[in-house]
Write a protein of this length. Sequence first.
Length: 287
Amino acid sequence: MKKRILAAVLAAVMVFSLAGCAGNKNESKDSKKESGKKTEIQVFIAASLNTVMTELAKEYQKDHPDVKITYNADSSGTLLTQIEEGYECDLFFSAAQKQMDQLEEDGLVVDGTRKNVVNNQVIVVTRKDSKTKVKGLETLKDAKSIALAGGSVPVGKYTRAALISIGKLKKVEDPATITTEEVSKALGGVEISEQDNVSKVLSAVVEGSCEVGTTYYSDTYGYEKDLDILEKVSYDLTGDVIYPIAEVKNDEADKAQKAAAEDFLKFVTSDQSKKVFDSYYFDTNVK
């Protein structure tokens, strides 16, 4: 029951009517539009991919009008839980390897379809008019308030890993287990507003409810006039921020749906799409 009502239940869903069948390369666009069988795929994407995937949807739409793509955008941890609980999903595009690793351990990833697509960079941001004393991670304690994603959210985990690297937090086996309260205490009791995903961190800073926050460089696209980047955190401190994508086993999918999911995955990992990712501040130099 859950599977078929997903789009109606989740607020983060975005729907695009995209174009259909592969067809012969010599076919005209008009013949492609007439020949395709209509189908729909469910694509679960990390919240930080929302903007770029909207653009990629528009590109895909030009040649595939018979495929309807339903996006579900949220934190990778939330999306993983939903898939494990049985929500219908054809593709999972995670902001971290951990969630994809777990999905693979669950036996829910289609063999041979997992691909690393982009790298990203954690940054410390503030509003241009904030007059903050914070210069970066080293001086976060000087903030009046911080927007920080929870440890189960990839950007929250990467931020904690970076704080461990610079000696602000004690080293632990899994940085994701460090609570927001523990981060606040380590930073001298600074007020921290814990957020469910990276988009909410960004909103808290843009709206001025928090003085600074840690988000991804890609999330600043379109907000250049509103935000100042205080620090681009080195990969040496966070580790690589790799985003993997894979097909998810979907027993309810018919042949047309499975073919569409496979085709859209190929499109997302194509050289054409790399150019779009680059323009939205993602790093496509990944293996």
